[in-house]
Design a binder for this molecule. Sequence first.
Ligand code: G6P
Length: 609
Amino acid sequence: MCGIVGYIGDGNASDIIIEGLKKLEYRGYDSSGIAIYKNGKIEVHKYKGRIANLEAAVANEHFNSGVGIGHTRWATHGAPSDVNAHPHSNTDHSIAIVHNGIIENYVELREWLIREHGIVFVSETDTEVIAHLIGLYYDGDLVDAVYKAVDKMRGAYGIGVICSKEPDKLIAVRKDSPLVVGLGEGCNFIASDIPALLKHVRSIYLIENNETVVLTKNDVKIYNADRKEVKRDVFHVTWDEDAAEKDGYDHFMLKEIYEQPKGLYETLNRRLDENGMIKLDGISLTKEDLEKFNKVYIVACGTAYHAGLVGKYIIEKLAKIPVEIDVASEFRYRDPFVDDRTLFIAISQSGETLDTLAALREAKNKGARILSVCNVVGSSVARESDDVFYTWAGPEIAVASTKAFTTQLMCMYLIALYMGSTKGILDMDVYHRYIDELKQIPDKLKKVLEQAGNVMEIAKDFYKREQVFFIGRGLDSAISFEGSLKLKEISYINSFAIAAGELKHGTIALIEQGTMVIALATQDRLFEKMLSNIQEVKARGATVIGLAKEGNVDIEQQANKVIYIPDCMDEVTPLLSVVPLQLLSYNIAKLRGCDIDKPKNLAKSVTVE
Ligand code: G6P
């Protein structure tokens, strides 16, 4: 979590950094700050709350400086406050640092610095130890001091460092937290993610783990842990800044919901040849590889995990191979049975989620073949995988994931179809029926989006509820989980999803007069069973919103309101059915006056355990 930006050049460092931080607010937004070199000193300004507070506070400062670092925070150690906000400084304020990640041995280091060196700490953060360590080791050579400090640290860090005694330098280090360097003309940048730099540069160095970068305004040098210089190819960003702008929509989330037909079209069509066959391009999964695997493991977090639930269903059905699925934070610590006959699929929009990355490494150590489904090109998950199946969602900014989810689903279908057809166990007529259905999805999704007005009316009826249940069976159950997560993330309504058939084993005890239930009934073969489940909750007083395929009008007898999706094959309904739920959550959150793109306590990229 947290976002860092740094600049060195002849421009106005504070403006450039604050502008960059705004593009990283999705990584955390409970406080922010900057450190700017000015007249032989480093000035630090940091405030609790949104970046707007920082911006207003420094509006009249006129730093006229070309060197600085900035930070937007998602609190881990110490509550959001001015003093806990970054940058942090050493005792004589000659060094300032910003940090994204967690220093695991900070308690030990803090005690050592207090006991042995009499350092007085001012904040409750883990980060402050880094500033004091660098300060302690500084002896006229900032790079050397940073190396010595890093040697003492355990954990994850992307850090930016400036020093008033060496104002011609900006230093950055990366270990397990993302870091990129932007290469400008007479200026250079660091950031946690590319969007922070797009206004200024398109040429990027992707920094690897355990690398230290020394930036001056005209030069960038990258060194490995042994202090040897390493060469890096320049990565050219092809998407433009507009992709990271709101484009007239009230929120990024709404814009991203509406971008789904395009994202799905791209994700599908970039992988299909003119005969409807799936091209893997850079991915090297051969028939022999697929025949060797006796198990697939899907691991992810949050929304990406829900894409995995659909993936499990569809891969087992089409490729006839057992699929296990787990949330990454659990997978890591339970010694899962994984070996060189396992295909491990990591799903991650950002490619930086620490739990997913750690699970991937665990599986890799055990010999598994790693295929990742990622949205961010060059991210850690992508780089550490054997193969990457990219989603073509474009940058996703809103914390609540929408277009990344549906494009992840599309990848799951393509992977399942590829596996089934390549192994020769999927009838090719069936294969082509699926491909035809998938090709129709972008247009059908546009029809779903045309019903936004109807969804808004439903939201008006229900937005004051404080408790909502989502129920569904089969693939609808996976989408119930995602619908419920979306609602709680952005509207703070206490929502709970459960497989409809499981209701009677406990949860039905909570259904009473007026309880709101959203019942997904898009699976033709389970439709009648779902109608019975709806009756069960209605009999106990629930108010029900049904979600069904067009034509299945019987649901109107049971549900109080119904949202329809276009008719399609049962197996592909998740690509359509999740969208009205995204819209419903969005509208409910809007009516409740919530901060939709930046929900409380959340961050988009979770780089802590
Ligand atoms: C965070 C976000 C979720 C996201 C999850 C996994 O919790 O708030 O929206 O689904 O991380 O993120 P990833 O980037 O790995 O897909």
